[in-house]
Design a protein around this ligand. Structure first.
Ligand code: HEC
Ligand code: HEC
Ligand code: HEC
Ligand code: HEC
Ligand code: HEC
Ligand code: HEC
Ligand code: HEC
Ligand code: HEC
Ligand code: HEC
Length: 386
C-alpha cells in the first residue's frame, strides 16, 4: 500500500524532473501540428498516464488529471488529434493554472470554454446545441446541465453511427441517466428499455429518438404533445417491424378512428411552431401507456392492464362509471368474437349501404340506357323517314 504510493510519487517526481531538464527541447516538440495524433510516447501522455495525478480547485475539490493512454488510443480522436487540439492553453509546463482561475470543474465558465473548443471542429453540432434545453439551462446558470463531454465523454469518445445497431448506447441512454435518474430508471423497467439494455435490441426507441439529439427541445411544449402519436406510429404502424414481435400494426389506425384520435388529428394538423398552438386535451398514446415506463400489455404491473384502465380514464373523465372502459373498442378492430354487436352492425351497415349504392347505380344506369336506346331509335326512325 505504502510502497505503491511511494512508487507513484517517485514516478511523478522523476517525470517532472526529466521534463524540467528537457524543457527547451520539449517546447519546440509541443509546437507541432495539433492535428498530428498524440501517441503514448508523447510528452503530455508520459506525464498524464501517471495514475494518481491530480489538481486542486480553489474550493478544495481535487480532480484527477490522469489520462488512460489505452482508452485515449481507442477513442475517435486517438488516432487523429494531438492533446493540444483541445488543450491549447496547457501546451507548456508549468501550465497556466486554469484550475486557479475557476473555483470548480463544474463552474459555467469552465464548462463553456470546454464545449466551445469542440465547436471549433464540429460546428453543426455546436450551433444546434446552442439552441437546446441544455444550453439554455447552462446560460441560466445551471451548471449541472449537460455539455458535449457529459454525453460523449472526453478522452473515451465513441463513434456515433447513423445505423441503429452501431449506436453508442452509452452516449444516447446511459449518460443521460447520470443526471436524469428517475427517467432512466423508469425506462430501464419499460418494454423498450428492457429490450435494449438486456437484449441489445436495436429496434426500440432510445432517449434521443424521442427527444432529439443536439437541438433537443422542451418536451412539455404543446407541439411536442401534438406530434407524439406520429412518433409512436413511426414504429408501431410499421407492418414488417411489428410482425417480428407479434404486435398489431393497426394501433394508430384504430386510435385515429375513435373520438380521441379524431380530435387529436384535427389539432395536430395545426402548423403552429412547436412552442405555440394547442396541446390536445384528449388522450394521447402516452396518457394511457405511460411515457418512460411503457409496459407490455401482458405485464401484470402495467397500470393500463385490467382494472387499472378505469383509473386512467378517470384522470380526464372524472365521473366515469365502472363499465366506462368497455364503451371503448380499444385498438382492436371489432370482430364476431369481441364486440359482436358492433361487428354485426358494421357488417349490416356495409351490406345495406353497399346494396343501396348498387341499386342506385343500377337504376341510374338503366335510366341512362333507356334514354340512349330511345335516342338511337328516334334517330334511326328520322333517317328512315328522310
Ligand atoms: C511534467 C508533467 C506534465 C506534462 C509534461 C504535462 N502535464 Fe499537464 N498537468 C500536469 C500536472 C501535475 C497537472 C495538475 C495541475 C497543475 O499542476 O497545473 C496538469 C494539468 C493539466 C491539465 C488540467 C489543468 C488545466 O489547466 O486545465 C490539462 C488540460 C493538461 N495538464 C494538459 C496537458 C497537455 C495537453 C500536455 C502536453 C502538451 C501536458 N499537460 C503536459 C503535469 C504535466
Ligand atoms: C477532443 C478534445 C480533447 C482532446 C484531444 C484531449 N482532451 Fe483532455 N479533456 C477534454 C475535455 C472535454 C475534458 C474535461 C472537461 C474540460 O476540461 O473542459 C478534458 C480533461 C482533461 C484533463 C483533466 C482536467 C479537467 O479539466 O478535468 C486532463 C489532464 C487532460 N484532459 C489531458 C489531456 C491529454 C494529456 C490529452 C492527450 C492525450 C488530452 N487531454 C486530449 C478534451 C480533450
Ligand atoms: C450533466 C447532466 C445532464 C446530462 C448528461 C443530460 N442532461 Fe438533460 N438536462 C439536465 C439539466 C440540468 C436540465 C435542465 C432541467 C430544468 O431546466 O429543469 C436538462 C434538461 C433536459 C430536458 C428538458 C426537461 C424539461 O423539463 O424541460 C430533456 C428532455 C433532457 N434534459 C433530456 C436529456 C437526454 C435525452 C440526455 C442524454 C442524451 C440528457 N438530457 C443528458 C442535465 C443533464
Ligand atoms: C445531451 C447529450 C449530448 C450533448 C450535450 C452533445 N451530444 Fe453529440 N451526440 C449525442 C448523441 C446521443 C449522438 C449520437 C446520435 C446517433 O448516433 O445518431 C451524438 C452525435 C454526435 C456527433 C456525430 C455526428 C452526428 O451528428 O450524429 C458529433 C460530431 C457530436 N455529437 C458532437 C457534439 C458536440 C461538439 C457537442 C457540444 C457542442 C455535442 N455533441 C453535445 C449526444 C449529445
Ligand atoms: C481539432 C478538431 C477537433 C476537435 C477540437 C474535436 N474534434 Fe471530434 N472529431 C474530429 C475529427 C477529425 C473526427 C473524426 C475522426 C475519425 O473519423 O476517425 C472527430 C470525431 C468525433 C466524433 C465521432 C463522430 C462520428 O461520426 O462517429 C464525436 C462524437 C466527436 N468527435 C466529439 C467531439 C467532442 C465532444 C469534442 C470536444 C470535447 C471534439 N469532438 C473536439 C476533430 C475534432
Ligand atoms: C418513447 C419516447 C420517449 C423516450 C424513449 C424517452 N422519453 Fe423522455 N419524454 C417523452 C415524452 C412524451 C415526454 C413529455 C411527457 C409529459 O409532457 O408529461 C418526456 C419527458 C422527459 C423529460 C422532462 C420531464 C418533465 O417532467 O419535465 C425528461 C428530463 C426526459 N423525458 C428524459 C428522458 C431520458 C433521460 C430518456 C432515456 C432514458 C427518455 N426521456 C426517453 C418521451 C420519451
Ligand atoms: C423506434 C421504434 C419505436 C418507437 C418510436 C416506439 N416504440 Fe413501442 N415498441 C417498439 C418495439 C420494437 C416494441 C417491441 C419490444 C419487445 O416486445 O421486445 C415496442 C413495444 C411497445 C409496447 C408493448 C406492446 C406489448 O403488449 O408487448 C407498447 C405498449 C408500446 N411499445 C407503446 C409505444 C408508445 C406509446 C410509443 C410512443 C410514446 C412507442 N411505443 C414508441 C418500437 C417503438
Ligand atoms: C385511451 C387509452 C389508449 C390510447 C389513447 C392508446 N392506447 Fe394503446 N392500448 C390501450 C389498451 C387498453 C390496450 C390493450 C387492449 C387492446 O389491445 O385493445 C392497448 C394496446 C396497445 C398495444 C399492444 C397491441 C398488441 O398487439 O397487443 C400497442 C403497441 C399500443 N397500444 C400502442 C399505442 C399507440 C402507438 C397509441 C397512439 C397512436 C396508443 N396505443 C393509444 C390503451 C390506449
Ligand atoms: C388525457 C385525458 C383523457 C384520457 C386519459 C381519456 N380521455 Fe376520453 N376523452 C377526452 C376528451 C378531452 C374527450 C372529448 C373529445 C372530443 O370529443 O373532442 C374524450 C372523449 C371520450 C369519449 C367520447 C364521448 C365523450 O364523453 O365525449 C369516450 C367514450 C371516451 N373519451 C372514452 C375514454 C376511455 C374509455 C378512456 C380510458 C381508457 C379515456 N377516454 C381516457 C380525454 C381523455
Amino acid at each position: 500500500m505504502h510502497f505503491k504510493k511511494l512508487f507513484r510519487t517517485l514516478a511523478v517526481a522523476t517525470v517532472v524532473v526529466v521534463w524540467g531538464a528537457g524543457l527547451t527541447v520539449s517546447r519546440t516538440a509541443l509546437a507541432r501540428d495539433a492535428t498530428q495524433a498524440a501517441s503514448p510516447g508523447d510528452e503530455c501522455v508520459t506525464c498524464h498516464s501517471t495514475p494518481g495525478l491530480g489538481m486542486r480547485f480553489t474550493t478544495g475539490e481535487i480532480v484527477s488529471v490522469y489520462v488512460d493512454p489505452w482508452q485515449w488510443e481507442q477513442s475517435v480522436h486517438g488516432s487523429t488529434l494531438q492533446c493540444t487540439a483541445c488543450h491549447a492553453d496547457s501546451a507548456v509546463y508549468p501550465h497556466l493554472g486554469r484550475a486557479i482561475a475557476h473555483p470548480s470543474p463544474r463552474e459555467v465558465g469552465y464548462l463553456t470554454r470546454g464545449y466551445a473548443t469542440c465547436g471549433e471542429c464540429h460546428q453543426q453540432q455546436y450551433v444546434e446545441y446552442l439552441g437546446s434545453v441544455h444550453a439554455i439551462a447552462l446560460r441560466d446558470g445551471q451548471a449541472e446541465s449537460a455539455v458535449c463531454s457529459d454525453c460523449h465523454g472526453d478522452h473515451d469518445i465513441e463513434p456515433a453511427e447513423a445505423k441503429r445497431d452501431g449506436l453508442s448506447v452509452r452516449t444516447a441512454v446511459i449518460n443521460c441517466g447520470k443526471c436524469h435518474q428517475e427517467e432512466f430508471q423508469q425506462y430501464q423497467n419499460s418494454v423498450h428499455g428492457k429490450a435494449l439494455l438486456n437484449g441489445g435490441d436495436p429496434n426500440v426507441p432510445v432517449c434521443v429518438d424521442c427527444h432529439g439529439v443536439h437541438a433537443m427541445g422542451d418536451p412539455t411544449m404543446p407541439g411536442f404533445r401534438r406530434q407524439s402519436p406520429y412518433l409512436c406510429a413511426s414504429c408501431h404502424a410499421d407492418e414488417a417491424l411489428m410482425k417480428e414481435y407479434g404486435l398489431s400494426a393497426s394501433v394508430m389506425e384504430t386510435y385515429v378512428a375513435d373520438f380521441h384520435g379524431t380530435t387529436m388529428r384535427m389539432i395536430s394538423s395545426d402548423d403552429a411552431p412547436i412552442s405555440a398552438g394547442a396541446a390536445p386535451g384528449v388522450a394521447m398514446c402516452y396518457d394511457c401507456h405511460g411515457v418512460h415506463e411503457i409496459r407490455s400489455m401482458v405485464d401484470a404491473q402495467n397500470p393500463a392492464s385490467g382494472d387499472g384502465l378505469l383509473d386512467i380514464c378517470q384522470e380526464c373523465h372524472e365521473n366515469a362509471p365502472q363499465d366506462f372502459p368497455a364503451a371503448w373498442l380499444g385498438h382492436r378492430k371489432p370482430d364476431s368474437d369481441r364486440f359482436p354487436l358492433v361487428f354485426w352492425i358494421q357488417r349490416i351497415y356495409s351490406i345495406v349501404v353497399g346494396g343501396m349504392i348498387i341499386v342506385f347505380v343500377g337504376h341510374i344506369g338503366l335510366d341512362f340506357g333507356k334514354i340512349i336506346v330511345g335516342k338511337l331509335r328516334d334517330e334511326r326512325k328520322r333517317r328512315r323517314a328522310e
